[in-house]
Write a protein that binds this ligand. Structure first.
Ligand code: GLU
Length: 292
């Protein structure tokens, strides 16, 4: 690789963290190289497979992904971390949060949440990521009610008590540092009490991504700008857990000629298909807009 591949000479630790829910397409190539190039020539670039969602992830895709990424010219350091192998570690973090009174069990179904949100009278029902803001129903249960429901075997998720967690933030406010933009204020309360462990999967995206970025020593988190808003929740978790604060950089999403986000659902060509059609790795990188 030549020096011109890199955005600057700094030595960041970055990572690419795809979820094996579909074959890789040009959007993934752009995102992976964005992370690689932001590590700087002497930085470290890691690969992590985010496969906690057993309802959507496919084991067979993982080998294909690694092969495609190596084929297109991506090189990463060390072993590839798999989140599905790390559930006991996420459990430890949940236990810590539980002991400090920062999470609570939520027995609500999706229908309950939609009904309660509509009945709450709040004008704002949706979080910045489009999800419904949880109206806090189960936050108000007494210890006896919680014990009675868990003992009866009712399934529950674990939610972060955002207002209580915010009490752990030293004044003046929660912020993050974005490359090229500077200090950005965060409002995690706009998300409401997010789920940190689902009923069907004992950990959630927000929990695992912040846990592992800290565990792997990631100093510069790069991701698509559609995930920018979630940084507020991530900074809150990092603060209450005492994890280091990374710097952030976001990339625009690759769009097709009609302006739609590239995705398998929208018929984006997979890397596999491009390989089979005889495209070279260089041509694929070029098509993804990677500076080569
Ligand atoms: N695994 C996430 C995805 O594929 C991205 C991880 C991150 O937040 O950077 O969308």
């Amino acid at each position: 690789m030549t020096a011109s591949l890199f955005s600057d000479d700094s030595q960041w630790v970055t990572r690419f963290a795809p979820s094996p829910t579909g074959s890789l397409h040009l959007g993934h190539v752009a995102s992976a190289f964005f992370a690689r190039q932001h590590a700087g020539q002497d930085g470290r670039f890691l690969l992590r497979i985010e496969d906690i969602d057993t309802t959507r992830c496919r084991e067979a895709l993982i080998g294909e992904m690694l092969d495609d990424l190596a084929w297109v010219g991506l090189r990463w350091e060390g072993t590839v971390l798999r989140q599905s192998h790390r559930m006991p570690l996420y459990r430890e973090t949940l236990d810590t949060l539980q002991k400090r009174g920062l999470i609570y069990p939520c027995f609500c179904t999706r229908t309950d949440v939609a009904r309660e949100a509509a009945a709450s009278g709040s004008a704002q029902h949706h979080a910045p990521d489009g999800s419904l803001i949880y109206p806090g129903t189960c936050r108000h249960l007494t210890d006896a009610e919680r014990t009675q429901r868990t003992d009866s075997g009712a399934p529950y998720a674990l939610r972060l008590d955002v207002k209580t967690a915010l009490l752990h933030v030293a004044a003046p406010a929660l912020t993050y540092w974005e490359q090229g933009r500077g200090l950005v204020p965060c409002r995690p309360e706009a998300f409401g009490d997010v789920v940190l462990a689902r009923k069907d999967i004992p950990a959630s995206y927000h929990l695992c991504v912040t846990h592992d970025d800290a565990a792997q020593g990631v100093t510069l988190v790069t991701r698509g700008e559609e995930l920018r808003a979630a940084t507020a929740i991530h900074r809150l978790l990092q603060t209450v857990m005492g994890w280091p604060e990374p710097v952030y950089a976001f990339h625009p999403l690759l769009r097709d000629a009609t302006g739609k986000k590239l995705s398998k659902r929208n018929g984006a060509l997979s890397l596999r298909t491009m390989r089979e059609a005889g495209m070279s790795p260089r041509e694929v990188r070029q098509a993804a807009g990677v500076a080569i």
